[in-house]
Design a protein around this ligand. Structure first.
Ligand code: 5RP
Length: 262
């Protein structure tokens, strides 16, 4: 089955596999959402089954909760955990300071709450997610459904005074109807092309009535594990200022590769 995986999927897999080494017995671990995070959940499930790893997982979406249970990870709520040792999650973009755009999968609100409630956040990504300046990926902004068009107009008006290149936004759709998040909200995708001052934009967005949260993760991520299609992985730790390089064997196991639905 490995032969059917694209180089990007292989890169996501090796990043997840390497990041799983951060997880220690007894930890409370935030489990991200998306295709890269799904690899991590499968890797952790394998470690639980085969190596007797004991962890409690706090999922960041109903999708991840379902997968975690399927692979045998004990799932608890954030309120039960109260605080987490580590969160591992994917990203849509990361820059040199490990600031992120997240929310491509629509789970940014729970992802930000969980990551912020963690001693450490590690991002797992293929090398294609690295950017010099954030903003090519449309910035997801979660808004409440009430008056969402008014909120959208306010957001676009506010962007006029922001250091961005584009100022249009679109309501995320799920077929013919608006995409609805786990919290019952809508998502506006902001087509900014380039974000000159991500910190300022994040603060301003979150001050608007109707906006619940935005997908900029500023000063939250501690390390990124970058995967390459040929099995190379790079771990960049922003606090230590270190870069570790490694290569993982791409070994297929029935457990990990039997369900590639995510
Ligand atoms: C979900 C996210 C994901 O982490 C992000 O979209 C990356 O997804 P993938 O690993 O599938 O590329 O933020 O809300």
């Amino acid at each position: 089955m490995a032969g059917e995986l694209s180089p990007i999927d292989k890169a996501k897999f090796v990043a997840a596999k390497r990041a799983a080494q951060f997880v220690e017995d007894g930890m409370r671990v935030g489990l991200g959402t998306g295709s890269t995070a799904a690899w991590l959940v499968r890797c952790l499930g394998e470690m639980v089954r085969d190596d007797g790893l004991r962890i409690k997982g706090v999922p960041t979406s109903t999708r991840t909760a379902q997968l975690a249970r399927e692979v045998g990870i004990e799932v608890i709520s954030l309120d039960e955990a109260k605080w987490l040792d580590l969160t591992i999650d994917g990203a849509d973009e990361f820059d040199g300071e490990l600031n992120l755009i997240k929310g491509g999968g629509g789970a940014l609100l729970q992802e930000k709450i969980v990551a912020t409630a963690s001693d450490q956040m590690v991002v797992i990504a293929d090398i294609g997610k690295e950017v010099e300046t954030l903003g090519a990926f449309p910035l997801p902004v979660e808004v409440i459904p009430f008056g969402w068009q008014t909120t959208q107009a306010l957001v676009e008006e506010t962007l006029i005074s922001m250091d961005v290149l584009g100022r249009t936004s679109t309501l995320r759709m799920n077929g013919d109807i608006p995409f609805v998040t786990d919290e019952g909200n809508y998502i506006l995708d902001l087509h900014l092309n380039r974000i000159g001052n991500a910190r300022q934009l994040s603060l301003v967005m979150n001050q608007m009535p109707g906006v619940v949260e935005n997908g900029l993760f500023i000063d939250i991520c501690d390390a990124v594990v970058i995967g390459y299609g040929d099995g190379r992985v790079e771990v960049r730790d922003i606090n230590e200022g270190t870069v570790d390089r490694d290569r993982l064997d791409f070994v297929e196991t029935d457990n990990l590769f039997s369900d590639l639905s995510d």
